[in-house]
Design a protein around this ligand. Structure first.
Ligand SMILES: CC(C)(COP(=O)(O)OP(=O)(O)OC[C@H]1O[C@@H](n2cnc3c(N)ncnc32)[C@H](O)[C@@H]1OP(=O)(O)O)[C@@H](O)C(=O)NCCC(=O)NCCS
Length: 243
């Protein structure tokens, strides 16, 4: 199996297969806690548009994982929203405005800090990390961090934050193994649905975790060491050496 990591390119031969993996990953994850009606909005076209926009966005960094030259997952980093850096009495807030599902909306997004964490222009947010369900839990998410975080350090970044749905226990455990610790809570305004003439707002609970880049590099180094020790012990057993 050939594993490679490449930049996201604005070409259909990369975006179409990646959108399929993204859709499978997102839908498998969200089906447990989102309504059928909301899930119906997450079409292949929705993910193609999202990836296309990401490929056009020169401010973020996207690394795409390929298995045997087929895109199967990705990680995306961006600058944090400025209001995150200016909490007052442990609360940072800003009004998001725009169009959603055919409605014009305004939403005051509040970040409730549960402990003091200094966020600044050396902090990046991991906006997304998604792997096709077929390849999850084989160390490839960790590999995406291993291959990208040293480059972020070289570029002068010092810390990372990540936001995840409060129900996503696998992601929470995955991030914890990379040194991330939860420090704040917020809510995302995901969709507006019209059901039987009633308007329904889809809002999800989100947790936010933080780590310094050095801490993540140290966690990655320890994981790598553990893996090597395990492989060495297996190898010695295979050759008849026991302890
Ligand atoms: C979260 C994700 C990126 C992790 O990548 P991965 O390659 O699956 O994870 P790794 O194999 O590198 O790391 C494994 C650790 O992550 C957690 N984990 C990941 N997938 C898991 C699963 N299916 N079941 C249980 N634990 C899982 C475990 O803590 C695991 O540690 P363990 O091997 O000691 O049990 C990937 O599983 C994924 O794409 N999930 C769906 C999308 C998602 O939740 N994205 C994050 C949104 S915020």
């Amino acid at each position: 199996m050939k594993v490679s990591i490449r930049n996201l390119e604005k070409k259909l031969s990369m975006i179409l297969p990646l959108a399929e993996s993204y859709q499978r990953s997102y839908n498998k994850l969200s089906a447990d806690y989102k309504s059928e009606q909301e899930m119906a909005l997450y079409t292949k076209g929705y993910f193609i548009k999202k990836l296309w926009k990401m490929a056009e966005d020169k401010q973020s960094l996207v690394a795409v994982l390929h298995i045997n030259d087929v895109p199967k997952g990705f990680i995306r980093y961006s600058a944090i929203p400025e209001y995150y850096t200016q909490p007052i009495n442990n609360l940072a807030q800003d009004t998001e405005k725009g169009y959603l599902d055919g409605f014009e909306f305004a939403w005051c997004r509040k970040i409730n800090f549960e402990r003091d964490i200094a966020l600044n222009n050396k902090t990046l947010i991991v906006n997304q990390i998604y792997l096709d369900p077929q390849i999850q839990h084989h160390g490839l998410g960790t590999l995406l961090f291993q291959q990208t975080v040293p480059e972020l350090k070289k570029q002068g970044f010092e810390s990372l934050i990540i936001e995840y749905n409060a129900n996503n226990v696998n992601a929470k455990n995955f991030y914890r193994k990379l040194g991330f610790e939860p420090f704040a809570k917020t809510k995302d305004f995901d969709h507006i649905l019209k059901t039987d003439g009633r308007t329904q707002f889809c809002i999800s609970d989100v947790h936010i975790a933080h780590t310094s880049i050095d801490n993540t590099l140290e966690h990655l180094r320890r994981r790598q060491q553990l893996k090597q020790t395990f492989v060495t012990v297996l190898d010695q057993r295979k050759h008849g050496k026991t302890y």
